[in-house]
Design a protein around this ligand. Structure first.
Ligand SMILES: O=P(O)(O)OC[C@H]1O[C@H](OP(=O)(O)OP(=O)(O)O)[C@H](O)[C@@H]1O
Length: 331
């Protein structure tokens, strides 16, 4: 049976995923040594099983090493496959060198993840200049889409909506949501000047007067794109917009600011946030169930297991492990 293992902070989502698929919900122990290094211990038997590490990657720098340590531990303890379930995939926006000398972090991050996992499952990654995750990641990838769920939420909750995307690049995504929600749609024009600096230009929307604007976006990061758009819509005598996003990062005080500028804010649970109203666990569980065989075939080409080291040969590679592990004492 699949084993769902949550990274710290992802327990609630992982539990919903395990429940949706009828899979075992496992546990990891993590802590910091006094010197700041990470300690990771798997508390569930992984040998011979497909193991799914669940960790949304908002604020990835904080937990990245323990994610890799957990994956490598699962692999060296005999997991059949090790999958990363990252409902939000980080480091997708620095997809080229915008200025001389910059690190193209999307490539480096993909290489690091690909070296520890067999497979990646994610939802609406910010694929702007990459055609697909497979052009970036060297492991099996599944890209899932929240657009139908957003559309169904809009159709059920908003009377007479007008679906609005923040920039011209969102046109395809926004039109698909609007079509399913049986609503008209349009896009605004956005120019980004910096991390927290964007201009949003609202074209003449008078043809849709009387409708409830619904701003949709893939990510609310600094929140400034949505803040600018929400500030400007009432200038054309529209009511405050409803806002629906996939990835609710909402850095700094952007959520509080947006609440004053909007009628309602909702998000998927890809990133845990108080605005979460649209669950993704069934979508992901469906993908894991349907694609299980195909995915396992794809990952057969995984590299051979790492050589067992001396500590493992001393007898601590089988479950349950001795408690406490002697080599961690005295640190
Ligand atoms: O909350 P914010 O900090 O404003 O960021 C969110 C916005 O940024 C992204 O696009 P981006 O402007 O990076 O454009 P891109 O499509 O060129 O990557 C994303 O699609 C959102 O529209």
């Amino acid at each position: 049976m699949r084993l769902i293992l949550p990274l710290p902070g992802n327990e609630a989502f992982a539990q919903r995923l395990a429940d949706a698929g009828g899979w075992e919900f496992g546990a990891l122990e993590t802590r910091r040594f006094p010197d700041g290094e990470s300690y990771v211990r798997l508390l569930s038997d992984v040998a011979g099983r497909p193991v799914d590490l669940v960790g949304t990657l908002a604020r990835p720098d904080e937990g990245f090493l323990r994610l890799v340590f957990a994956a490598d531990a699962a692999r060296s303890l005999g997991a059949r496959t090790v999958t990363l379930i990252a409902p939000y995939l980080s480091y997708m926006r620095q997809d080229r060198r915008f200025r001389a000398g910059e690190a193209v972090t999307s490539r480096s991050f993909a290489r690091l993840i690909s070296s520890s996992f067999d497979r990646l499952v994610t939802v609406d990654p910010h694929l702007h200049r990459y055609p697909a995750l497979s052009s970036l990641y060297s492991i099996a990838t599944s890209t899932l889409h929240a657009a139908p769920l957003l559309a169904d939420w809009i159709a059920a909750e908003v009377h007479s909506p007008l679906v609005i995307g923040p920039d011209e690049e969102s046109e395809q995504w926004v039109s698909a949501i609007a079509e399913r929600a049986r609503a008209p749609w349009t896009v605004l024009r956005k120019v980004r000047h910096g991390d927290r600096s964007v201009d949003v230009d609202v074209p003449d929307l008078s043809a849709w007067q009387g409708r409830q604007p619904v701003l949709v976006d893939d990510i609310a990061s600094s929140g400034h794109t949505l803040i600018e758009a929400a500030r400007k819509l009432p200038l054309q005598a529209f009511p405050k917009p409803v806002i629906a996003v996939v990835h609710a990062i909402f850095a700094d005080d952007s959520y509080a600011r947006l609440r004053t500028l909007s009628e309602r804010i909702v998000s998927t649970d890809a990133v845990e946030h108080e605005s979460n109203a649209i669950g993704l666990s069934s979508l992901i569980a469906g993908e894991l169930s349907v694609a299980e065989d195909a995915a396992e075939q794809l990952v057969r080409r995984r590299r051979p297991p790492e050589p067992r080291d001396e500590v493992e040969q001393a007898g601590y590679d089988s479950f349950p492990a001795s408690d406490p592990p002697p080599w961690t004492s005295g640190r």
